[in-house]
Design a protein around this ligand. Structure first.
Ligand SMILES: *[C@@H]1O[C@H](CO)[C@@H](O)[C@H](O)[C@H]1NC(C)=O
Ligand SMILES: *[C@@H]1O[C@H](CO)[C@@H](O)[C@H](O)[C@H]1NC(C)=O
Length: 303
């Protein structure tokens, strides 16, 4: 089944990206530079997903690169205006890549065998090549590359962390599902998977870790640090997807979890950490739109 009305309806609930921390003067001023489409072709093996970039006026030497992935029915422009990363780029001098989905309904392909494989093609390969392009074009620092996204963009963030672990140092997931949870057993591109969205895809930590290993067999290098946000009242991607995602990224770890206590980083949120590698933030009573915490994201990325 192609991404149809059901999916569009479910994930288009993700409208109006709220930004949690008061953006005050930043929001009032808006980004100082503009969003640009990259038209000289980046080496996209698929040639489909569009690449947009935000390059601040005061670009750092050897800038970091942040990939910011929009939600279903979103666009690069919508995520540029609705998320805090461009203003943060003005402050910190990094480049933001805003990829844009080529699919009807603009969800990301997190279901096909191609996208769920390292160098397999489809959207994951497109986004990886955007990173390569940006690192070359702007003289970026390959040791400071990050990925984040909301909803479908959060699912794609998990997929990028699984398929291209060598590219990213850290990833932040706002209301997604585990990489591979949306798989289409028929191999369909950009397919909806209601078993997963309904929170009925359960696997052990070892099984989820195997799913990740299967996306890039033989890879033994470092993996990105992961931060996972999910709302307990999420009606589009049901709350069990939080635990499944946590299990996926802690599956091979021996670290025991530490609970940072209730009401951290704010009232009603519960944060659990597994060493420095994985942090889960469960937002009690929050629905599918968990507000982006731009300043905290910078801290997690180390920017
Ligand atoms: C949906 O994903 C689950 C894994 O999360 C998988 O077991 C199931 O076969 C998928 N459904 C379809 C129709 O491909
Ligand atoms: C996640 O798992 C813990 C115990 O492992 C459980 O207490 C909690 O209710 C689970 N959360 C969800 C959203 O399923």
């Amino acid at each position: 089944m192609k991404l149809a009305t059901q999916a569009a309806a479910a994930l288009a609930l993700f409208n109006g990206l709220a930004v949690s921390s008061p953006m005050s003067s930043r929001a009032a001023a808006g980004p100082q530079s503009t969003l640009q489409q990259v038209t000289d072709l980046y080496p996209d093996p698929e040639g489909k997903a569009k690449m947009y970039v935000y390059v601040p006026e005061k670009l750092s030497p050897k800038p970091a690169v942040v990939v910011a992935l929009h939600y279903c029915a979103g666009t690069a422009e919508a995520y540029f205006t609705g998320s805090p990363y461009a203003q943060l780029a003005d402050e910190k001098g990094f480049v933001v890549i805003y990829p844009e989905s080529p699919h009807e309904g603009t969800c990301w392909d997190v279901s096909s065998h191609e996208s769920l494989s390292h160098n397999g093609g489809s959207d994951s390969a497109s986004i990886a090549s955007m990173v390569d392009y940006a690192l070359k074009k702007y003289g970026g620092d390959a040791s400071k590359v990050f990925v984040t996204g909301s909803s479908s963009g959060a699912m794609m963030t998990n997929v990028m962390a699984a398929t291209y672990p060598e590219l990213f140092q850290a990833a932040i997931v706002y209301s997604g599902v585990a990489a591979g949870c949306f798989v289409s057993t028929a191999g369909l591109v950009d397919a909806w998977n209601s078993t997963c969205s309904q929170g009925e895809s359960h696997a052990t930590a070892a099984q989820w870790a195997n799913v990740v290993h299967g996306m890039y067999p033989g890879y033994t290098g470092a993996r990105p640090r992961m931060q996972i946000y999910h709302g307990s009242a999420d009606a589009a991607l049901l709350p069990p997807n939080y635990n499944e995602t946590i299990k996926q990224w802690t599956g091979w770890m021996r670290t025991s979890p530490t609970r940072l206590g209730a009401d951290f980083p704010l009232a009603g949120y519960t944060t659990t950490t597994w060493g420095a590698e994985v942090q889960g933030i469960y937002a009690i009573g929050v629905g599918h739109t968990v507000p982006i915490r731009g300043d905290d994201d910078m801290t997690f990325f180390g920017l």
